[in-house]
Structure formats: structure tokens, C-alpha cells
Design a protein around this ligand. Structure first.
Ligand SMILES: CC(C)(COP(=O)(O)OP(=O)(O)OC[C@H]1O[C@@H](n2cnc3c(N)ncnc32)[C@H](O)[C@@H]1OP(=O)(O)O)[C@@H](O)C(=O)NCCC(=O)NCCS
Length: 384
């Protein structure tokens, strides 16, 4: 296999955006192309992750983006894997460079949903669950993650304050990220006093609905070396699956797909969880970050909660979790999120993360899943 590298990354701000889905996808793509210092003509394929283009009247986004970049002849593929679309698309782009099919790929993720309103967006998102057992029976994502939270709080003697601490940490990080959706300092008390969405989860335990786009440029090592000294290597890539509905799982305080994807990625990279300096993980709800950091092997089962209490996951703690602010504060434009995580790792490892830089970081990990973890991809990156 060819070594695969990252040479550029770009993002729009996440939040409520007025431009069309095509425009924001282009803004992020151009940003990534300029950051890589290449010409669009050097791109050989495009991978576009998106879930609800139909809500902004544009599906088949690949050719539209390639045409607007002035490279209509370049092949492209749109990929949907619910909230994990970005990482799954990144994996396909990675595999195609690794296999030697292409030297340079543009991977762009985009979502635009805030204009449809909370009621409709919640309904659309529920189509990503196992609709027969979950969405169609009235279980929205806040409800499903609330079930996981209830089980976790009772199994591991954790409290709602512990969940709140995850939100406070991620809001603190998001304050340092100019592109984050919710840039607001909050306290544990603010979280506990915010409106109940699905008990025990409250408003500040939830990620917001966000619009946004992110893009990265993947390439072969040969191409990277010929273009720049400041690039990042992809050293591990893993994918996993879980029963689509929560009811099909033996335990709901762990996500099988995360464990499978992480093991595959660590094995490929030849490292263990202890070697990772920071991670962008899928904290769609505060409970998810606790479960993720255990499934990724950073903490033993039931111990993530102690790590959060002790501040070990804060920026420049033992392991910085979600230095970007995570889905909770940076925002969660679902088709873009997985690519946005990779863009954050690129910025961190190439000295472009400004005030939120994780000191002396060499190895970063991204973890992004679809729905309640039915599909998942984990990637590991190293600075050169
Ligand atoms: C939590 C949730 C129900 C809130 O929706 P809502 O009550 O309609 O919120 P609104 O959009 O009306 O916003 C009301 C206020 O709360 C803020 N807000 C909205 N969602 C927020 C969130 N998740 N965290 C913090 N603040 C939030 C808004 O900025 C707004 O603030 P303002 O009045 O100062 O402008 C919605 O954000 C949600 O469902 N999030 C989860 C999304 C999801 O399931 N994603 C997939 C994960 S798998």
C-alpha cells in the first residue's frame, strides 16, 4: 500500500449559515486547496459526504462541486453514513490513495439543515436510526442517548454533574475556536439548570443542529514530499459496525463499532491508546464522550468519569479530548463532522491551531460514528 498523507484542510464556520449547500461546500473546498498550495487541476477524484442535501434542494453534490471548481471531468462520489458520513468518506478516499488509484483526492463534507427547523430536523435525523424500532416508534436521538446515559449513570455511579463537566470542558475549548458554532462560557450549574431535552440530558448536554462544511486534501507520500515539508501522515484506519438498533446490543454503555474500528486502526498504526496525544471524538451528547473514550481504550470501562472529574481530558491534560470544542461546542453539521475532525487534526499537527494548540502533540486520533454507533470509523495521524 502507498503511504497516505494530508497536505491541506479548510472549513467554513459552523452554525446557522445563509449561503447554499453548494456555496458552503465550495468555500471549504477552495480553502483546503489553497491551504495545500495546489491547483484544482491536480485533483484526481472527489469524495463528498452529505446526508440531507435534499433539504437544500441539491443531491448528487460531487459533480456539482467538481464543475464549480472548474474540473468537471474529475470523477466524484457522494457518501452517506448518517452522522459518520465524513469519516466513512475519508476512509474511502484514504483506501483509494493507498491502493494507488489516485495521487490526490479532495474529500469534502457538508450539511445544511438549520433552515428546516427543530421539529423537521429531528424528524429527518430519526431516519438515520433503525426507523422500524427507533425513529418510527418515537425515539429521537436525544431519547436514544438518554437511555444510554441512564444505564451509564446507574452502572458506574456517575452523576448528572459529571455529564455537565464534559459540556463545560468542550465549551471552554470551543471558545478558543473561531469557527465553532456555540462559543459561550458555561458552568456546571448552567448545564444542570438548562431545559430538560430527554432526561437526564439537558440542552447543554446536546450538540446543536449546525450548518457547515469542511474539506481536506489527501495524497500519496511522493506527492506530499514534492509539495511541502509541513504535512501529516495517516498511519491508521479502521472501520466497524454495531447492531443498528440499541435493542439489538448486549450492553448500551459501550459501542461495539468503536472498539472494532479502534483496534483495527491501532493495529495498522502499530501503537496503543497510550501513544495518542489528543483525540477528536464523537460527543453528540455528553454521555457519548464518556463512552467513546472508554471504547477507544483511553480509560478503563466506567473510569472516564473519574478522568473528567480530575480534569485529565482538558486541553493539555493527560490526553486532550476534543480540543476543537467537539460536536458539543464546535457544532455538528452531520455530513461535515468527520472531515472537520480530520481538518482539526491537520491544523493541530501543522501548527495552525492557534490558542487551542495541544502542546508537543505528535499523534492525533479521529473517531466519528453514524446514529448511535451503527457505523464507525477511526483514523490515526502523525506529524512528520
Ligand atoms: C437540544 C435541541 C433539541 C435544542 O433545540 P431547540 O430547543 O429548538 O433550540 P433552538 O434552536 O430553538 O435554540 C434555542 C436557544 O438554545 C441554543 N441552543 C440550541 N441548541 C443548543 C445546544 N445543543 N446546546 C446549547 N445551546 C443550544 C440556541 O443557540 C438558542 O440560543 P439563543 O436563544 O441565545 O439564540 C437541539 O439542538 C437538538 O436536538 N440537538 C441534538 C441534535 C442531534 O440529535 N444530532 C444528531 C446526534 S446523533
Amino acid at each position: 500500500m502507498e503511504k497516505v498523507c494530508l497536505i491541506g484542510a479548510g472549513s467554513t464556520k459552523y452554525g446557522k449559515l445563509e449561503d447554499s449547500i453548494t456555496d458552503i461546500a465550495l468555500q471549504a473546498s477552495v480553502d483546503a486547496i489553497e491551504s495545500a498550495g495546489i491547483s484544482p487541476k491536480e485533483i484526481q477524484a472527489g469524495y463528498i459526504s452529505n446526508v440531507f442535501g435534499i433539504a437544500d434542494k441539491q443531491v448528487h453534490l460531487g459533480p456539482v462541486i467538481m464543475s464549480n471548481l472548474g474540473i468537471p471531468e474529475v470523477p466524484s462520489l457522494s457518501i452517506e453514513s448518517a452522522c459518520g458520513s465524513g469519516s466513512v468518506s475519508f476512509r474511502e478516499a484514504y483506501a483509494n490513495v493507498a491502493a494507488g488509484f489516485y495521487d490526490v483526492i479532495l474529500a469534502t463534507g457538508v450539511e445544511k439543515v438549520t433552515h428546516t427547523g427543530t421539529e423537521w430536523t429531528t424528524t429527518y435525523f430519526s431516519y438515520c436510526s433503525d426507523f422500524f424500532y427507533e425513529g418510527g416508534a418515537g425515539a429521537s436521538f436525544p431519547g436514544l442517548f438518554a437511555s444510554m446515559a441512564r444505564a451509564y449513570l446507574s452502572e458506574f455511579k456517575a452523576t448528572e454533574e459529571d455529564l455537565a463537566k464534559v459540556a463545560v470542558k468542550n465549551h471552554d475549548n470551543g471558545l478558543l475556536n473561531p469557527k465553532a458554532h456555540l462559543r459561550k462560557k458555561i458552568s456546571v450549574d448552567d448545564v444542570l439548570k438548562s431545559a430538560v431535552v430527554a432526561s437526564p440530558l439537558k440542552l447543554y448536554d446536546c450538540c446543536p443542529f449546525s450548518d457547515g462544511a469542511s474539506a481536506v486534501i489527501l495524497c500519496s507520500e511522493k506527492f506530499a514530499k514534492a509539495h511541502t515539508k509541513n504535512y501529516v501522515e495517516v498511519i491508521g484506519s479502521g472501520r466497524g459496525g454495531s447492531p443498528a438498533a440499541l435493542q439489538g446490543r448486549d450492553h448500551i454503555t459501550t459501542i461495539p463499532s468503536t472498539k472494532i474500528a479502534a483496534q483495527a486502526a491501532y493495529k495498522m498504526a502499530g501503537i496503543t491508546a497510550k501513544d495518542v496525544d489528543f483525540a477528536e471524538v464523537h460527543d453528540c451528547f455528553t454521555i457519548a464522550e464518556l463512552v467513546d473514550t472508554e471504547d477507544l481504550g483511553f480509560f478503563e470501562k466506567g473510569k472516564a468519569v473519574e478522568a473528567v472529574r480530575e480534569g485529565r481530558t482538558k486541553l493539555n491534560g493527560d490526553i486532550s479530548i476534543n480540543p476543537s470544542g467537539g460536536l458539543k461546542s464546535k457544532g455538528h453539521p452531520i455530513g461535515a463532522t468527520g472531515i472537520g475532525q480530520v481538518a482539526e487534526v491537520f491544523d493541530q499537527l501543522t501548527g495552525k491551531a492557534g490558542e487551542r494548540t495541544v502542546k508537543d502533540a505528535k499523534i492525533g486520533l479521529t473517531h466519528n460514528f453514524g446514529a448511535t454507533g451503527a457505523s464507525c470509523a477511526v483514523h490515526i495521524f502523525r506529524s512528520v
